[in-house]
Design a protein around this ligand. Structure first.
Ligand code: 8NA
Ligand code: MG
Ligand code: MG
Ligand code: MG
Length: 354
């Protein structure tokens, strides 16, 4: 199997950054009107020369701050680069110290308790604070999935991808409905890195992996305890397959079946659906946008947890299409985009060494 090139690595981290920074502008809105979104995006592009004169043609600079999604993704990358492999103690320390340095990045309500416990010198097991969340049930939020992409940029073996996606998520998300979402997102990035995988094969492979992942005792008992059917992620992937066979799927159906919320189960499948759906053009999205742009636009148009759904779909689409589809004007609007490019380069070097 040919190894993916550096353009996929750049695309993945840039797509994730774009999704977070652009999505954050609309986060939490129950309805996002497409004309307003498109008009906002137009504002990121250099103004046409005849109207603007000199200043308008220049890039407008990093104006869109990243949120917790990127802050935590950066800690994952920095830990992997520093240790050259997954190291739970180092990664936990970076999450907690990053939170202490910049607590106002928009973290989930409950996860900050994990960081506070991790910062205490009394903490000897870095997985313990996460296990104590929600009266011992653990978090099922999408925070493990939103930051996981770079695991798949370091580990090429699919068993390693699953193992380290799970462990990285378990530092904050001990409920299987949280960490299984991270495994699914990491698998999606892993498959997106493969050369020329069709939409059908991509989805079939995700389903067969997740049916295995979700069949263990803890996954079954966590799903039952929350009142879900067995294999809830696999079920939603099958719903995505049904959706993709239809000529059009209304937004209301996507929101009802897949969701736009902060639970991993109500957001990771949505990100995967958005990526797969946006391989085709969309009658509502102008044709001059490429597939990666369309993916991010579509995610944001769903409303709700826009930054997190767009960052996950952006990472997958960026890994699939590569940096060629990352529009410079969008990228340059995002905080720390140059550092993101350097991180992608370093991850690629690590991947080649391993
Ligand atoms: P988290 O672990 O605090 O989970 C997020 C939320 O999910 C919690 O605050 C709870 O409301 C709910 N939750 C999770 N597990 C359980 C459970 N077992 N029982 C009951 N409720 C539960 O943090 P996270 O890192 O998973 O959160 C990530 C999200 O928070 C991302 O969207 C990120 O951008 C951020 N965020 C979200 C919003 C939003 O409301 N859309 C706003 C700002 C920031
Ligand atoms: Mg966020
Ligand atoms: Mg969010
Ligand atoms: Mg900068």
């Amino acid at each position: 199997r040919p190894r993916p090139g550096p353009a996929r690595f750049r695309g993945c981290l840039a797509g994730a950054l774009l999704g977070d920074c652009l999505g954050a502008v609309f986060e939490g809105r129950s309805v996002v009107k497409l004309p307003e979104l498109l008009s906002f995006l137009k504002g990121l592009e250099p103004a046409p020369p005849e109207e603007g004169g000199e200043a308008a043609g220049s890039a407008r600079g990093e104006s869109l701050p990243y949120t917790d999604d990127t802050a935590m993704s950066r800690s994952v990358v920095q830990s992997l680069l520093a240790k050259q492999e997954f190291d739970e103690v180092d990664m936990a320390k970076r999450f907690a110290e990053e939170y202490k340095k910049e607590p106002n990045r928009g973290y989930g309500m409950a996860v900050v308790n994990v960081f506070k416990k991790l910062l205490s010198p009394k903490c000897s097991d870095v997985f313990e604070p996460a296990r104590a969340q929600f009266n011992g049930k653990g978090s099922y939020g999408n925070g493990g999935a939103m930051r996981v992409a770079s695991i798949s940029l370091v580990y090429s073996d699919i068993q390693d991808v699953k193992k380290f996606a799970k462990l990285s998520a378990e530092l904050t998300h001990a409920n299987s409905l949280g960490y299984n979402g991270a495994i699914l997102q990491a698998l999606a990035v892993h498959l997106a890195l493969q050369e020329g995988l069709s939409r059908e094969t991509f989805l079939e492979q995700l389903i067969s992996h997740m049916e295995h992942v979700e069949a263990d005792d803890k996954s079954l008992s966590d799903a039952r305890a929350l009142g879900f059917e067995d294999l809830p992620f696999s079920r939603r992937l099958k719903k995505i397959k049904e959706f993709l066979e239809l000529s059009s799927v209304p937004k209301e159906d996507v929101l009802f079946e897949l969701g736009n919320g902060i639970a991993a189960l109500r957001s990771v499948p949505t990100a995967i659906y958005s990526f797969l759906r946006c391989m085709d053009t969309d009658p509502d999205i102008p044709d001059h946008y490429n597939a990666l742009q369309r993916t991010i636009i579509y995610c944001i148009s769903l409303g709700g947890d826009t930054d997190t759904i767009a960052t996950m779909a952006g990472a997958i689409a960026g890994a699939y299409y590569g940096e060629e589809q990352v529009p410079p004007s969008w990228e340059q609007s995002c905080e720390a985009f140059q550092e993101t490019q350097r991180m992608a380069k370093s991850l690629y070097e690590l991947y080649c060494q391993r």
